[in-house]
Design a protein around this ligand. Sequence first.
Ligand code: COA
Length: 151
Amino acid sequence: MEDLDEILAIENSTFSRPWSKDVFVRELQIPISRSLVARIQKDRRKEIAGYVTYWIIAGELEVHKICVREDLRKSGIASRLMTEMMRCSHREGAALCRLEVGRSNEGAKRLYEKYGFEVTDIRPHYYAESGEDAMILCADMKKCLQFIGKE
Ligand SMILES: CC(C)(COP(=O)(O)OP(=O)(O)OC[C@H]1O[C@@H](n2cnc3c(N)ncnc32)[C@H](O)[C@@H]1OP(=O)(O)O)[C@@H](O)C(=O)NCCC(=O)NCCS
């Protein structure tokens, strides 16, 4: 809860339809919902660099959102969040990981590809605001963890 103001600033500057504070608060109250935050040390203060929210449901990890502060992208922060999320979810018994990504989101697609995700479905014109297709990606947790083991 104490991270929410900083997270909302990143959220609002990133997404055209950002989650509101209420949505984050509700998310934090859902028993199957998990959130991780990445921090960087800046002078004497720790600043939020990125965050991921996901659900553990029926033996599956379902990623809802991953985001890194714009000026800190391409320095491995999302990869660190993904790795930690995979490790925590595996400990909770998740065997499969599922997520969705916009077809043109090259950064996110590259990130997921690294962890062994494969396209299992396309939802045409899924995003109302852009009309863009959504790609549904899945990964076997064992495969992800093998990749993480090599990292
Ligand atoms: C997608 C996102 C989370 C990636 O975060 P990041 O911290 O920059 O990712 P990493 O630095 O861990 O990079 C992971 C891999 O993707 C690659 N990558 C990252 N951004 C990229 C881009 N824009 N284009 C191509 N490749 C990219 C990196 O080079 C790296 O690959 P490598 O290890 O082979 O070099 C970040 O760009 C972001 O917050 N985007 C806006 C929110 C979003 O679209 N979230 C996903 C849908 S909810």
